[in-house]
Design a protein around this ligand. Sequence first.
Ligand code: FES
Length: 186
Amino acid sequence: MKSLKLSREPAALPEPPPGDRPHPARRTLLSQLGIGVLIASAVGLANAFVRSLVPNVLYEPPRRFKIGSPERFPEGVTYLEDSRLFVVRDQNTFQAMSAVCTHLGCTVKMVTLNQSQTVEVRGQRFQEQREFHCPCHGSKYYGDGTNYAGPAPRPLERYRVEVMPDDGQLIVDVSQPVDRNYRLTV
Ligand code: FES
């Protein structure tokens, strides 16, 4: 009778061939890469969380704003740099004209003429003492804002001007373009 010899030692696994064993340096690199990916994911999540707390609001300048009392404006043209507007006062009438060139949006400059000249725009003649010139590409506008030279496709915008009933200040509403003949009389 044959006796079977049982071994208590677990069978050892065969060693992988030397080429299949991960190099210790490669193992370290892989674990560092894993940690890097985890950190990047955590930062991305934190960033998304913080952004979700901030409302996604676009702040635009108001379309209707006060520019001061009529007495603030002397006869002629006053430039309001903050709002890029010319306020034109002719005795007790007021007009608000944009200083934004209708070509590509540069700010036009007022040029005072050495002597007044007669200009005819759409059948209306008027005496002109000033013009508006754009420094960017040479567009030129008559004193009433009508474009007559350069690439500007249309006149400077004019806006509605009103008087606040409670404090008597002038209000300009840039959401309401008006005709070139529009004037507020106070
Ligand atoms: S932006 Fe004024 S002419 Fe081009």
